[in-house]
Design a protein around this ligand. Structure first.
Ligand code: T1G
Length: 701
């Protein structure tokens, strides 16, 4: 225990040093260690002040999230913080790296806080569906005021050290990054000034800043971005308590609200995602120390909407990009799309003019394949046609230098077949970006049968470099994301034929948490694109009703938003129900013998998401994805599924796989085996009363 937290003294300054890599999380051992060292300091007559400091790359980055699903073990953090604060001698927190969550709460238990200039402090618990449950919601408002404290806690965004000092969360900004020396000098200065322990719990809150209606106005101000999330509302209640109750009572209230968060499906989902987003970066059969191929220059084949967005990702991080097009007009159009995107970002104040010009200067154009011959990575981003992609890869095979990575932005097609168009299939890989490619964070990386491990490792590392969340998948039609999205769209389309209004289906999906309902998304992506994909799909179900309205509306030239009409008609970006579509759907239903039915909102959710979950179970059993949590990352980062649902597989576990299978049995009875036969893995886990999570943990054990 002692060596994770150690006590030492130099003269009259004591050091309580935490060394719990990688991020000094407040595990049980750390909490007990701090408590013992504080007691030792208080009893140490030689020591006049103590510095709480961390070894390694960061100050305490919070409570140990891995302990949250385990039974509580004392000492609990609020207790330890109370004991620090009660010390009759001053304790100074010396902050470097990130003081987050319980880490900042611990620092606010100390009497003074100093930080190196590069440090950050924050209370990001909201990102885990939680709230700062160790007196953070009571202490931060006392230090920086209710408004600023709410902004920090509800956004979850950390403050830079200087901003924190200016706001009052940090007392002293050290001159440089020399933490120990700087903190020691600061403690000596405090002693010399006769500084006494300053206890935040005894401070009052600036009531004047909280007028009538303050908290309701605050709720309204965050309503849009916090839609559906539980924790932000809980945080506001804590600060309301901070303003209206004595400290001890407010801390009790904070704890009640914290436990409500902890017990919520939201927090289970968001904590699941925290680890899922870290796990998906690890490829079981590709060692972490696999040497990477250098990527100093990149090319993008095709300057359309996707190609332009893809090129921006590299320019944004300082990597020169060559955009290849078939003719000057297309090239000019491609470069103009990019320039337009950047200009919009500058207009919104999210990019400086200087950065805009720097990015544009990194993007050049060429009409000649020879112009991409010296690139380390070439991303093909032309429209979804196998023959065209094979022709391009044949050309790239001819001109690209040895060792260049050849990536395809195909969203559904067989990467192995594309690779076979070259003599270097080991260098071919899928890089499936999501539209808009310069905005969406997901990158589905598709390893082919021959793809080399260093190509996979380099692709995963490059994804991090261009600030994408990469998920590695294997080759099947639609890979993971689209393959699971098809059943979701299929059911939405089927309900359309059955007489359920598209706006109702979309409202139910939106209320469940989707950023946009299935019909709105179909119109946004383009019904013609969906129809093309369906026609390319060799294993398309033998079902004449399968996405019939997509095909029908495409035949009529109603492609969606881009043609002003699709499933909805559009006034600008406003989607309006269109009676004409309802009439056509009814007509098609009659022709296909599809009965008109009434469905509940619960049925809409079950059909949309259970069909997805079932496909996910097939994908896992086939090994197309390594973990259920990888699938969840795909849907949260690429398909607008809210973090508080955790992803389709986490949702399945939350609902209970037994219930998923039971509901599927209802639809199997109505529709037959084609779509509603439970995947063997799903059936097996449901029968065992198990979960995807347990299945995944057993495999990784
Ligand atoms: N608990 C347990 N493990 C943690 C952890 C934590 N708090 N933070 C990080 N890890 C693991 C992580 O899983 C990974 O493991 C490794 O450390 C490196 O992390 C009572 C309730 C600090 C900014 O939310 O935001 O305090 O994958 O890859 O990119 O009020 O980690 O190597 O096996 O992310 O350099 C509040 C969470 C907790 C901060 C570093 N704190 N951490 O980022 O490295 S709740 C947080 C982060 C709380 C109290 C409440 C980041 C980081 P592995 P990494 P990084």
């Amino acid at each position: 225990m002692a060596d994770i937290v150690s006590y030492s003294r130099e003269g009259d300054i004591a050091y309580i040093t935490i060394d719990n890599p990688p991020v000094n999380a407040l595990s049980l051992a750390v909490r007990s260690g701090i408590q013992q060292c504080v007691r030792r300091f208080v009893a140490d007559a030689e020591a006049r002040a103590a510095i709480l400091i961390c070894a390694g790359r960061t100050f305490i980055a919070g409570a140990d999230i891995t302990e949250f699903d385990k039974p509580r073990q004392d000492p609990w953090l609020p207790e330890v913080i109370e004991e620090i604060e009660a010390s009759p001698k001053i304790i100074v927190a010396a902050i470097h790296g990130t003081a987050l969550g319980g880490g900042l709460e611990t620092a606010m238990g100390c009497h003074y806080r100093c930080a190196v200039p590069s440090a950050k402090v924050g209370l990001p618990e909201v990102a885990l569906g939680l709230l700062p449950g160790a007196t953070g919601t009571q202490r931060l408002p006392r230090l920086i005021g209710p408004q600023a404290a709410l902004d920090v806690m509800v956004s979850g965004k950390p403050m830079a050290a200087k901003a924190a000092r200016d706001a009052g969360a940090v007392d002293h900004l050290l001159d440089d990054e020399n933490l120990r020396a700087g903190a020691t000098a600061y403690a000596r200065k405090l002693l010399a000034a006769g500084a006494k322990p300053r206890r935040i719990s005894e401070m009052s809150i600036d009531q004047a800043s909280v007028g009538a209606g303050f908290f309701d106005d605050y709720r309204k101000s965050i309503a849009r971005e916090a839609r559906g999330y539980f924790a932000p509302g809980q945080i506001i209640k804590c600060v309301e308590a901070a303003v209206s109750l004595p400290y001890k009572d407010a801390v009790k209230r904070e704890n009640e609200l914290f436990l409500e968060c902890m017990a919520s499906s939201h927090s289970r989902a968001q904590r699941h995602l925290f680890f899922a987003e870290r796990a998906c970066a690890k490829v079981p059969d590709v060692p972490a120390d696999t040497p990477l191929r250098p990527v100093k220059k990149v090319a993008v084949i095709g300057g359309g909407t996707m190609g332009g967005g893809i090129a921006m990702n590299f320019a944004n991080v300082g990597i020169p990009v060559v955009l290849k097009e078939v003719n000057q007009a297309a090239l000019d159009r491609g470069l103009a799309i990019i320039r337009g995107n950047y200009e919009n970002t500058v207009k919104k104040g999210r990019l400086s003019q200087a950065d805009f010009e720097r990015c544009m200067s990194l993007i050049t154009g060429t009409l000649d394949y020879a112009g991409v011959g010296d690139c380390d990575l070439i991303v093909e981003a032309v429209f979804e046609n196998m023959a065209l992609k094979k022709e391009i890869f044949g050309e790239l095979d001819r001109v690209a230098k040895a060792g260049a990575i050849l990536a395809s932005n195909t969203s559904t097609l067989d990467v192995d077949e594309i690779a076979r168009a070259t003599r270097r299939p080991q260098d071919v890989i899928g890089w499936h970006f999501f539209a808009p490619a310069n905005v969406m964070t997901l990158l589905e990386i598709v390893r082919g049968a021959a793809t080399a491990k260093d190509v996979i490792a380099t692709s995963m590392a490059m994804a991090k470099t261009i600030r994408k969340t990469a998920v590695l998948v294997r080759v099947c039609f639609g890979f993971v994301g689209n393959r699971m999205f098809f059943p979701y769209v299929r059911e939405a389309q089927r309900m359309l034929l059955e007489g359920i209004a598209p706006e109702r289906i979309d409202r139910v999906a939106h209320d469940w948490g989707m950023a946009m309902g299935p019909h709105g998304v179909s119109d946004l992506s383009g019904l013609d694109v969906l129809d093309k994909v369906n026609n390319e799909w060799k294993q398309k179900p033998n079902d004449p009703a399968y996405c019939r309205m997509v095909a029908k509306l495409t035949e009529m030239g109603r492609y969606g938003q881009k043609t002003g009409a699709g499933i909805y008609k559009y006034e600008g970006r406003n989607a309006l129900p269109d009676a004409e579509v309802a009439r056509i759907a009814k007509e098609e239903a009659t022709r296909l013998g599809v009965p008109q039915i009434e469905v509940s909102d619960a049925e809409i959710i079950e059909r949309l998401f259970y069909s997805m979950i079932n496909e996910g179970a097939l994908i896992l059993a086939e090994g197309m994805a390594s973990r259920p949590s990888d699938i969840d990352v795909v849907f949260v980062h690429g398909y607008g599924l809210p973090r508080y649902r955790g992803g389709p597989m986490q949702y399945g576990d939350e609902v209970g796989l037994k219930n998923v299978v039971a509901a599927m049995a209802k639809y199997r009875q109505r529709y037959g085996d084609l779509y509603w036969t439970p995947a063997p893995l799903l059936k097996e886990l449901a029968d065992k009363g198990s979960s995807f999570r347990a299945w995944s943990e057993a495999r990784e054990a």
